[in-house]
Ligand binder design. Sequence first.
Ligand code: SAM
Ligand code: SF4
Length: 466
Amino acid sequence: METIINNTFINEGQISDILQKYSKPDQAQVKDVITKAQELKGLNLEDVAVLTGINDPLQLHELFETANFIKDTIYGNRLVIFAPLYISNLCANECTYCAFRAKNKGITRKVLNQEEIANETIALINQGHKRLLMVAGEAYPKQGFQYVLESIRTLYESKTDKGNIRRVNVNIAPLSTEEFRQLKNENIGTYQIFQETYHRETYSKVHLGGKKRDYNWRISSLHRAMEAGIDDVGIGVLFGLFDYRFELLAMMQHINELEKVFGVGPHTISVPRLEPATGSDIASHPPFAVSDLEFRKIVAILRLAVPYTGIIMSTRETAQMRRDTFALGVSQISAGSRTNPGGYEDEIENEIDGQFSLGDHRPLDEVIRDVAGMGYVPSFCTGCYRLGRTGQDFMDLAKPGAIKSHCGPNALSSFMEYLNDYASSETKKVGTELIEKTIKELEGLPKDRARKLVDRVINGQKDVFC
Ligand code: SAM
Ligand code: SF4
């Protein structure tokens, strides 16, 4: 029997009341929330409201320090790396902020065929990627939904002598429960979908046509995905459309609802900020623009509120903003991204036909060198998902120390594999030093595991993980 979905779990009245009550929190209230967050058990709506009310520089500093403490305790110095693969920019919807919207005449439409998708995948494998996020507009004219399923198969089947893609995550429009079952059968990793804005009035103002106009269909999509057996789901808000304080509390209501119904919340949270897009006015003039400081605050608050949920930072943001947010809780980043279908094989950065403009244009090798130079270990690991450690199982494992003892060694071995197979000599030098330094600083079981796994890769083995 299908789960009955309660579409009223976003309670706008409750959010407004709580935000008003804690709009100017006193020092004791902030201190209490920070102390509670240090226990790594997450926060409730009221706590999050208190944190959104912080403006005092000293309190902000404390918030950032706490976010850094949590990130460090749970995730260590690991940063998971992925790239988006846009298979089509055709779309039947009218999202006012997006270059792919149906009536936008300013871009060239492209629906990649399977051969072109294979070529894109090979181009990404040749850069060193192991995890992809498949993205598409909502219109599959020739084969319908079968196009999506076939494209995932192509992504997994494309191979070079050095490797293949080991995890395909998907960001496409909401599906029916039956379609989600078919998606699950293709062995996808995470299914992610962003509500864009949880505020109903704003939602209807910015979504002018197509199926995406239906707020309820979208808000209930992760229920259907989980109902269909997809354990790892990702949520997100497009920051800039409405008040970020409201969005954070609504996001908490969404998370609480998934936890209540399925016993586990989302695997990841994405924090896209509105970027300029061809043919979109609102994208260049966000009605609720989020400043850089507020953006860092958003990441830090999420790190305190849901410590075990991964936070994803895309190349929408500049290299500097990405660097700033690693310490505040970001655990996954995309790198070397193109948002125009066919953009990897062409090797041309075509901003006009992309979905939005990028803030970080650096190639993967440069991002990896930069990240490693900062002391973060880029991870290409896909072990958990391939060993069935997903959903609740992953969350059970994700106790302090446990992520570190599995994911830490796996990150190092997958990074070593990248360095052997794809890195420039400069990056290899920085990366090898970091791997050795990291192993040296480990103790006990994680140290033994890391040494053994890394040595196996040095001796020519691939795809080793525990
Ligand atoms: N078409 C599907 C959908 O809308 O759900 C799939 C994903 S869409 C291609 C990916 C995401 O890009 C959207 O959910 C939206 O949050 C984001 N996006 C769209 N326009 C953007 C812009 N101008 N700046 C930043 N992100 C944008
Ligand atoms: Fe289409 Fe998604 Fe862009 Fe909306 S955000 S126009 S649904 S691609």
